[in-house]
Design a protein around this ligand. Structure first.
Ligand SMILES: [Zn+2]
Length: 236
């Protein structure tokens, strides 16, 4: 249900019937809070790595394709209560969660000029079959949230040519093999000389993002490539 356009009175009434709750701890949200309560927001395990030239994300994406800037909002532990954020954004039919988190993260990054010079935001695509079963692409929602704050356009050049099997139980090498050949770029000439920001919801091994960046680099070698995700998993 969209609350936009309602009067304050209408919103307050709706809140009584459908109270907005913190997606992390379940507490009712108060005015001004979105997605998370203030308490959960200040305790979010933020990575704060986006100003480092070679950070934990660059390390995971190290390969033949140079990565310019890399940002991730928070560290993700499967057993932590913050895992709920990614779970509801991805599978819980709550695309608005991904969008709101992305907006909040964009506002955090703006003062450090992270988005300066970036021409287009490219979400990691979902294959059609998955898009139909899930109803939305969480990376697209993140891209829309970033765009709403930064004014940078969202592009649809990245495409998924085939569906790849679920990655949750695979090791790093088999994830990389699994992601090869999945992603392709439409109208690659549009990206030549541009600075693109590739966005995904979670970086685990980095195989998915790396495959996307490689696909872009192949067709548009003069493009500068930066990456952003909401969550960065802690590997053990
Ligand atoms: Zn909370």
């Amino acid at each position: 249900m969209g609350w936009r356009g309602l009067t304050e009175w209408g919103r307050d009434l709706l809140r009584i019937i459908f109270p907005e709750v913190c997606e992390v701890c379940g507490r009712s949200l108060v005015k001004g809070e979105q997605v998370m309560c203030l308490h959960c927001d200040v305790s979010l395990p933020r990575t704060r790595v986006h100003t480092d030239d070679f950070n934990v994300i660059h390390q995971r994406l190290a390969g033949s394709t140079p990565i310019d800037r890399a940002a991730g909002m928070f560290y993700y532990y499967r057993e932590s209560e913050y895992a709920r954020l990614i779970h509801v954004a991805k599978y819980g039919s709550r695309p608005v969660v991904a969008r709101r988190l992305a907006e909040a993260y964009a506002r955090e990054l703006m003062p450090d000029r992270f988005f300066d010079g970036i021409d287009v935001i490219l979400p990691v695509p979902l294959h059609r079959s998955k898009l139909i079963s899930r109803g939305y692409n969480q990376s697209q929602e993140i891209a829309i949230g970033l765009s709403a704050v930064t004014g940078i356009a969202v592009g649809d050049n990245l495409v998924a040519r085939r569906s790849h099997s679920t990655q949750t139980k695979k090791n790093s090498y088999s994830r990389w093999v699994n992601a090869q050949g999945v992603y392709d770029v439409d109208c690659g000439d549009e990206l030549e000389g541009k600075h693109v920001l590739v966005v995904d919801d979670v970086i685990t091994t980095g195989a998915t993002l790396l495959a996307c960046c490689e696909a872009i680099h192949r067709v548009a070698p003069t493009a500068r490539i930066s990456v952003l995700s909401l969550a960065v998993t802690h590997l053990r």
